[in-house]
Write a protein that binds this ligand. Sequence first.
Ligand SMILES: Cc1cc2nc3c(=O)[nH]c(=O)nc-3n(C[C@H](O)[C@H](O)[C@H](O)COP(=O)(O)OP(=O)(O)OC[C@H]3O[C@@H](n4cnc5c(N)ncnc54)[C@H](O)[C@@H]3O)c2cc1C
Length: 462
Amino acid sequence: MFTNETLSRIREIVSSEYVTNEPEDLYIYSRDQGVQDPHMPDCVVMPSSTEEVQEILRLASREQIPVVPMGGGLVLSGLSVPLKGGIVLDMKRMNRILEINEKSHYAVVEGGTSQGMLDAYLKKNFPHLKHSLPDAPPAATIAGNIAIHGSGHLSQSQGGFHSEMVTGLEVVLSNGDVVKLGSCSTVPYWFSRAPLPDLVGLFLGWNGTTGVITKVGIKLYPRPKLHDVLVYMTEDIDLAPEVLTRVINTETAEDINYALSPKPDYLNGFQMMVINITANSEDEMALKKKIIRDVLKDLYETKESGFMPVPPNMKTGFLEAPQKALSKFADVRRGGGFEYVGAIMPIERIPDACRAGMEITARHGITYSLGARIIGKGHCAMFFFAYPFNRVDADEVEKVKMALEDTNEASLRLGGIPWKAEVQGQQLILKQMDPGTYSLMKRIREVLDPAGIMNPGNWEVS
Ligand SMILES: Cc1cc2nc3c(=O)[nH]c(=O)nc-3n(C[C@H](O)[C@H](O)[C@H](O)COP(=O)(O)OP(=O)(O)OC[C@H]3O[C@@H](n4cnc5c(N)ncnc54)[C@H](O)[C@@H]3O)c2cc1C
């Protein structure tokens, strides 16, 4: 149980200006922008080192106090909201960039380092290198993003989910032990997870229920000099997988996004495929564009679909990473509510996912934007169902909640798996999961978190 004595002990571990139990501070940490119910923590702590994280976890483990690791708190599905109270471990002070390995193309950062910080640091000091950025606001952290299998602008061309770009981790376990995973466990380099038994996966996709990530090794990639975009449009909802697959197979596109939204009005009814291309010379750019145009030639010659001329102001938006338009759309209803859920699914299910999303939102009378990012040269898509809402409108919040439930069910029915699912969505997934996998997850949780203190309520296997 959390007592005044616990608070005093925490203040002995972390400088007291970074520990709070003031109600107005706790309020902020009790909720996120999504529709999940708020839950108050008992206290919020901002550690500055791995050693401080270790001490806090030792204390929490002894006293059976829940601990919820938090990065930017931007996940939107309540995953860093303390469902059972306890300590929110806000990692933002652990934001140092520890190493950039220019030759072996990786960065090592602390567990609270934000996407924006690494991006800015690379642009200033290593302009020829970049990492894969999600379209989340720049305050989102690298650790928080890999902990939920996030994806971003290099996910299509460079190997998939951001969790797949992790080269190593330092993690503090619930009992305070610290472990290094990947090559860094054995040699001073953080180059890869191979050739050792791959234990990194024990902390990716687990929503902070298996340990606190205090360091991350993440892959870097060359930053080509030129960046341009082609936009392909069609009204035929069933044509999208064909167009996308043809473009993917050219291996010339860096990032491929699909969107279907009723707003702005002139786009209503159109499927829009935004194809990002990068190159190091004008010749290379022209050739890549020609290759893409050529593979779609027979389709656009029918006039049923075609490339859209992109006006300069629109192009500037498309070329941004992260896409600020997404953050703007998040508040389109005003009132700050936004639930953006995804489902990882096969590319061929995109049309059915769109139909399901439109049917669900029409039934519940809410606004939507649907879309997909292609992952790993076409191995799957991260399909998103984005539902902005006005937080002060209780009726609208309730409608979005119901739409969310229906969306999770529809995703599983379509052969997809809800991504960064809120607790109810996680339970739906677990219900459908192979019993052997379920039992293995349970055993892993028992070994890594015997006191059940790590982000309890999430991935609850009992
Ligand atoms: C407008 C908008 C656009 C978005 N676009 C994208 C996108 O393109 N791609 C994408 O992937 N996401 C996107 N997101 C979703 C989300 O913001 C990101 O995935 C973000 O990177 C999550 O990181 P965070 O630091 O905010 O995580 P948090 O919300 O703080 O945490 C997420 C989960 O990770 C756990 N966690 C956090 N830090 C640690 C740690 N150090 N150790 C262990 N566990 C930890 C938490 O307990 C929680 O379960 C978007 C969100 C918005 C609002």
